[in-house]
Design a protein around this ligand. Structure first.
Ligand code: PGA
Length: 263
């Protein structure tokens, strides 16, 4: 299982440092997070278990200090789709890579919603990440309206196809970039509403089928109000290879329990 923490725009410098130290300790004591990804995922994607912390960009140096020489990987929550230039306030993939980060979160619904990120832009970010040696965790998910009108699978499949086809066409033959997908129904993010186990199972199977059609095998995480009390049930669903955890990742004890549920 892969357990990824998405801190979003939270925590003071001091609290961020304390939480990173807790992650380090959690990884040291719960070294055997199970490999839920299956052989295919393991071989093709090269990643099937572990902890990843997606920290605000200003805390990358802190993460480098605290997490280097540990098994916890870390990354940024976004990068720009261009390598450099006049983009005030933005951060490039190469800047992120300079702090020994391994990952970039791409296409989170909050980026799509508040920064109008399109599938093309998201694919550009994944490509920039690859060029700087960073792996990509791509988020997809449907809105509540999509869910109510039975469009969920179509919407998510469309997001995957359009982003990954562009990404594949610009992917260098010798690219070693790892890919992980997170299915995050928008209506379940930060709301306390969790997709039912049947909804998760159905969507994860559809995502894996879509990936297979593109010749890709990648772990698929679930995200959206994952908490200590629902994590074990979610991890038991077929085709769930871990979780992307927002709110519950900000609390060391709760996060530890989620990691425990995956072990
Ligand atoms: P949540 O956030 O766990 O607080 O719902 C998940 C996410 O946005 O990645």
């Amino acid at each position: 299982m892969i357990i990824a923490a998405n801190w979003k725009m939270n925590l003071s410098r001091r609290n961020a440092g304390d939480l990173l130290k807790s992650y380090r300790d959690i990884a040291a004591t719960k070294a055997n997070i199970s490999d839920g990804g299956g052989e295919g995922d393991k071989k093709v994607s090269g990643v099937s278990s572990g902890l990843i912390a997606f920290v605000p960009a200003c805390y990358l140096p802190l993460a480098e200090d605290i997490l280097s020489l540990t098994s916890v990987q870390f990354g940024a929550q976004d990068c720009h789709a261009e390598a450099k230039g006049a983009f005030t306030g933005d951060v490039s993939a190469s800047m992120i890579a300079d702090f020994s980060a391994c990952w970039v979160l791409c296409g989170h619904s909050e980026r799509r919603q508040y920064h109008a990120e399109t599938d093309d832009v998201i694919a550009g970010k994944m490509t920039q990440a690859a060029q700087s040696g960073l792996n990509a965790l791509l988020c997809v998910g449907e809105s509540h309206e999509d869910r109510l009108s039975n469009q969920s699978i179509d919407v998510v499949t469309r997001q995957l196809m359009s982003t990954l086809q562009i990404w594949q066409s610009s992917r260098a033959d010798n690219s070693t970039q790892l890919l992980v997908i997170a299915y995050e129904p928008i209506w379940a993010i930060g709301t306390g509403l969790v997709a039912s186990l049947e909804q998760i199972s159905e969507m994860h199977a559809a995502i894996k089928a879509c990936l297979a059609g593109l010749g890709i095998a990648a772990p698929v995480l679930y995200g959206g109000s994952v908490k200590p009390d629902n994590a074990a049930d979610i991890f038991a669903v077929a085709d769930v290879d871990g979780a992307l955890v927002g709110g519950a990742s900000l609390n060391a004890e709760g996060f530890s329990q989620i990691v425990e549920a995956a072990s």
